[in-house]
Design a protein around this ligand. Sequence first.
Ligand SMILES: N[C@@H](CCC(=O)N[C@@H](CS)C(=O)NCC(=O)O)C(=O)O
Length: 210
Amino acid sequence: MALTIYGVLRSRASRPVWLAKELGLEYRHVPVIQGYRLPDPAAPDAPLNTTSPAFRAINPNGHVPSIEDDGLVLHESMAITLYLARKHGGPLAPRDVAEEALATMWSFWAVTSIEEQALSTRAGGEAVERELPGLHRYFAILADALRAGGGWLVGGRFTVADLNVAEVVRYAQGMPELFAAQPAVRDWLAACQARPAFQAMWAEREAEPA
Ligand SMILES: N[C@@H](CCC(=O)N[C@@H](CS)C(=O)NCC(=O)O)C(=O)O
């Protein structure tokens, strides 16, 4: 088996696993857990985690996901999904260099405009007040793009760009007011998450220890 994906699904490893399932790829899943989720990540009986020397030998950053694919070691969830889509082709993949650029743009956009902002609202209270105006603005931009694109971000069909952005927008699902204000985003995310490959990934994720 050529592809190995490292990272529990309660992490950004959900992204490459969802994509691998979309593509019907065979892969080996190594559920490396975040060290901070363990009482003592250095304990002799601790499971393989992001501080384990064996995993740091693969990813010295100590973050999941990483992949190994035919000798290529790759980190960063967005780079991984873009690579796998490009490598295996099909409707999820960019059809040309312009679509590739748009998929890259949307992936960077999600990470820089929404990801940390949405994650930080999990602290509640002041963090939500601080981040909500910016998130409303970016959700409106996303909604405009979806309306212009016939419900999808690139090429009028579900692509790796939708997958990458949907996985980041998922972090904002605790703030229903964002989705109520932008039905186009609400309907698009529902369509992304209704896909059998997402559902299969999610069922595995739910089966993991919390
Ligand atoms: N930009 C990276 C972020 C990776 C990242 O921060 N992963 C988290 C889990 S979602 C992690 O491994 N944390 C472990 C730690 O900080 O110890 C990506 O998208 O892959």
